[in-house]
Design a protein around this ligand. Structure first.
Ligand code: NAD
Ligand code: MG
Length: 389
């Protein structure tokens, strides 16, 4: 068994969320191999304190600066360094003292700290798909330049990554991302128009944070994942397909140039891709429940309903256009999803806000990082102006 010096030191950005807490579950069962170096949270200071007292990291960041004193006091008997505010995320991402960063922050806010970690040449266990959706060209170029490996945590991309192990000399013909279809699979607009937040938050197969749960219900999540896949695996839009697979057992597939397809399968449990990314290249032994064919009468696959779930079409448009279009799509979607979660707009309005914002914001073919930030701001402002507050 490796001694302490060889343990991988993990920084979890967004440790109080769905991915963050599951990552800590994984670390708890592999303390001989993994240890916690940094934890960050935006508002949930109580859970952050609890996690810090259990895992004794080197540093914690609480995003909400008004909670700094409470966190500092609660950890005063320890050596844990306490920081607060948005800038602090970048400061701790710049530390030398960790090996792997798990980017489990939700939304555009994940971009800056991830870029900082990339510039340090850290291993990036990437859950925050929005980072690649918004600025995939810059992130991937810098990852190459600074030799920062990016290991996907998103289950579909982890599946593809796993299928590609040992295939470095074999080009991909296409990939097929599986989609559960979300809680409204088979429903039509006359039903969706009346859908409320609590219903939309109930995903049939996965328990996730609020934003991605709504994205799964609108199929925007799959659209974002198509763009994420383009950057991770260097694919052309035509090489990326989506198929609905309601049981969420086949996590995604790769087809090679001989027509052979490889899939990665298992029960839907995010701890598996999280553990794979943290343990990579090792597969760590665990006692998670195993998939049993006898318990599944059938595994089914069907075409997505592009007419009803128009976010998929908008995502494909952004994927094909490139430039700042995916950034606009993402920003408008973030605003619309938060408005829906606050019961300010209806379910179908989410797509309308995204579509109108995509029409409005000027196209930039090859944006700089600053231009991505400007685009994000403009798109957010315009999307917010469409929503009656
Ligand atoms: P979540 O809402 O449960 O947790 C988000 C975490 O980020 C929390 O710790 C929160 O404190 C922190 N956070 C929120 N806003 C922040 C901000 N502005 N600045 C800094 N920190 C902030 O979200 P989640 O479901 O765990 O998802 C996290 C990311 O992982 C998302 O990008 C999501 O798309 C991706 N992802 C999640 C799942 C899943 O099963 N939950 C699966 C695949 C990918
Ligand atoms: Mg996914």
């Amino acid at each position: 068994m490796p001694d302490t010096a060889q343990k991988k030191r993990i920084a979890i950005f967004g440790s109080t969320g769905s991915i963050g807490t599951q990552a800590l579950d994984v670390i708890r069962t592999h303390t001989n191999l993994l240890e916690v170096e940094i934890l960050t949270a935006q508002t949930n200071y109580e859970l952050l304190i609890k996690q810090a007292l259990e895992f004794l990291p080197n540093a914690v960041v609480i995003g909400d600066e008004s909670k700094f004193d409470i966190v500092k006091d609660a950890l005063s008997t320890t050596d844990i360094k306490v920081f607060a505010g948005e800038k602090a995320l970048e400061e701790v991402a710049d530390f030398d003292t960790y090996d792997v960063i798990l980017t489990a922050i939700v939304g555009f806010a994940g971009l800056r700290p991830t870029l900082k970690a990339v510039k340090k040449g850290k291993v990036i266990a990437l859950a925050n798909k929005e980072t690649l959706v918004v600025a995939g060209d810059i992130v991937m170029q810098q990852a190459l330049q600074f030799r920062s490996p990016i290991i996907p945590v998103d289950s579909e991309h982890s599946a593809i990554f796993q299928c590609l192990v040992g295939e470095t000399r074999n080009p991909i013909e296409k990939i097929i991302l599986t989609a559960s279809g979300g809680p409204f699979l088979g429903k039509k607009p006359n039903f969706l128009v009346n859908v409320k937040r609590d219903h939309a938050l109930q995903h049939p197969n996965w328990s996730m944070g609020a934003k991605i749960s709504i994205d799964s219900a609108t199929l925007m999540n799959k659209g974002l994942e198509m763009i994420e896949a383009k950057w991770l695996f260097n694919l052309k839009p035509a090489q990326i397909e989506v198929i609905v697979h309601p049981q969420s057992i086949v996590h995604s597939l790769v087809q090679f140039e001989d027509g052979s397809m490889k899939a990665q399968m298992g029960l839907p449990d995010m701890k598996l891709p999280i553990q794979y990314a943290l343990g990579y290249p090792l597969r760590l032994k665990n006692d998670f429940p195993r998939f049993d064919f006898k318990k599944y009468a059938s595994l089914t696959f069907e075409e997505p309903d592009y007419k009803t779930f128009r976010n998929l079409g908008l995502s494909i448009e952004a994927l094909k256009a490139g430039g700042n279009k995916p950034c606009v799509l993402n920003a408008a979607n973030e605003i619309a999803v938060w408005a829906f979660l606050k019961n300010r707009i209806g379910f179908l309005d989410i797509t309308a806000v995204v579509e109108k914002t995509m029409e409005k914001i000027s196209f930039i073919e090859k944006p700089t990082l600053d231009e991505y930030f400007e685009t994000d701001g403009e798109a957010r402002n315009f999307a917010a102006s469409l929503i009656k507050m």
